[in-house]
Design a protein around this ligand. Structure first.
Ligand code: AMP
Ligand code: ZN
Length: 472
């Protein structure tokens, strides 16, 4: 049996994916900060995580995935204060847009989408343990900080040394005198009426709000347990966010927080990370307005290995569009194959394709050879169809195979290919029979009915097929 292997940021080697509780792979993925619309850089990471999720299932494992929504944060609070509305009112449209985009990108819903605002008691529980253990301290400003000196393996994920961190951090953070050590991070930010308006929560450490890092630790452990199988995010999360999650969580539980850490490289524009702050970003909505489809964006984001930077270009999107068209045509063509012909070797071709596809994915989600195996298959089967060497039964086998691999890719069976309604397929068969009987008026009538439903008939030496008209 082939095992799924992933490159761990922490150990820097390939690690086997398996459910450590013997039942279900538990995966935590850092979700969006809902202060604005997510851009397609963010979605590169979420599409990668979706590929991982689907691959885990393809390899026969169950998965329980959690993706948080960061709704308590400097930026969301600032936004709500500026607009004079509640935090819920401020974040609701961004949350809604996020879920709409996920759907358009063919990203499967995960098992839980916790919102930070609902987990503040769980965060406080963790902070109390950290205080009891002497790892957290109150700074001069009343905020609660984590002392990284108390966690000797701090830096093990990002492979940074404490000494480097101290210098690096103190250069960056010149105005934070409240902490004992410049690289210590905040667990609970004490309330500052000038900054926070009416937004604060009560806690044993006074009124205030949680820091971002403790939010993820609390939601991950509350929903998935103290020790999880996979923790994923974008590479910018490695330090300090994930390093800090490890420190807090492991200090609380004395258990390993996550067994495998995986990170997606950035989507870049002219070598620069796509980001809100640089203003070099596109939202999915921007691209839809330009006529691109969600699946096209999905394929463009998917087709570069997740550990390589992906340069965003419109040519890349166009290329993804052509590939999807080729695949869509192939499916429609397969659906139209008729007759009893048996080529005999189709099973073998499919087995070889599946073997290559599976082997590629097992190797740290190596998407390029996985997609290549699909296009090789398309070429081989198209030739058989051209030569009229396969019949309906084998065409169906190919379609079944495509459905199986599409459980991973999430690209092929869109409405366009899936939803050729049965009545239209029957109408096509009726029209073909009428033609065979030289009953031209009936054949024309059927064609007209099909046209009215937004489909055209394409005839070829191998039979006829239906295709959605461009305007429908
Ligand atoms: P944020 O909303 O900024 O917390 O980001 C949400 C997720 O998107 C995180 O996992 C980031 O690592 C990821 N991310 C942000 N920018 C990019 C980018 N340009 N390419 C890939 N992932 C990104
Ligand atoms: Zn996180």
């Amino acid at each position: 049996m082939i095992l799924l292997k992933l490159h761990s940021t922490e150990t820097r080697v390939l690690e086997d994916v398996y459910p450590s509780d013997g039942k279900v792979v538990r995966m935590y993925t850092c979700g969006p900060t809902v202060y604005n619309y997510a851009h397609i850089g963010n979605f590169r990471t979420y599409v990668f995580e979706d590929l991982l999720r689907r691959t885990v299932k393809f390899f026969g494992m169950k998965i329980q995935q959690v993706m948080n929504l960061t709704d308590v944060d400097d930026k969301t609070i600032k936004g709500a204060i500026e607009k004079r509305i509640t935090l819920d009112e401020y974040t609701a449209p961004y949350k809604k847009a996020f879920f709409e985009d996920l759907q358009l990108l063919g990203i499967e819903p995960v098992e839980a989408y916790p919102q930070a605002v609902d987990y503040i008691p769980a965060m406080i529980e963790l902070m109390q343990i950290l205080v009891e253990k002497g790892v957290a301290y109150r700074g001069q400003d009343g905020s609660l900080y984590f002392s990284i000196r108390k966690f000797p393996s701090y830096g093990r994920l990002s492979h940074l040394h404490l000494d480097e961190l101290k210098t690096g951090a103190s250069e960056r953070i010149t105005d934070e005198y409240d902490k004992e050590n410049a690289a210590d991070f905040v667990l609970w930010k004490s309330y500052d009426p000038a900054r926070d308006g009416q937004f604060f929560w009560e806690s044993p450490f006074g009124p205030g709000r949680p820091g971002w890092h403790i939010e993820c630790s609390a939601m991950a452990m509350k929903l998935l347990g103290p020790s999880i199988d996979i923790h994923a995010g974008g590479v910018d999360n490695i330090f300090p966010h994930h390093e800090n999650e490890i420190a807090q969580s492991e200090c609380c539980t004395s258990q390993r927080f996550a067994r495998i850490w995986v990170h997606a490289e950035h989507l870049v524009v002219d070598q620069k990370k796509m980001s809100k702050s640089l203003g070099n970003f596109y939202t999915l909505g921007d691209l839809l307005k330009r006529g691109y489809s969600g699946r096209q964006v999905r394929l463009a984001l998917l087709s570069t290995h997740y550990r390589s930077q992906l340069n965003f270009t419109f040519q890349g999107l166009d290329a993804a569009g052509s590939s999807l068209e080729r695949l869509g045509d192939f499916i429609v063509r397969l659906q139209a194959v008729q007759g009893e012909k048996e080529h005999g070797r189709t099973k073998e071709i499919l087995q070889e394709a599946e073997q290559k596809f599976t082997a590629a994915l097992s190797d740290d989600l190596n998407i390029s050879p996985a997609l290549a195996s699909l296009f090789d298959l398309v070429r081989a089967i198209n030739t058989l169809i051209d030569e009229r060497r396969i019949g309906q039964r084998e065409a169906d086998e190919v379609l079944q195979f495509l459905r199986r691999i599409d459980s991973v890719l999430g690209l092929l069976f869109t409405e366009e290919t899936e939803e050729i309604p049965l009545e239209l397929q029957e109408l096509l068969a009726k029209r073909n029979e009428a033609r065979a009987d030289k009953n031209w008026p009936l054949a024309d009538e059927c064609r007209q009915l099909i046209l009215e439903q937004g489909y055209v008939i394409e005839d070829s030496p191998n039979g006829s097929r239906l295709k959605k008209t461009a305007k429908s």
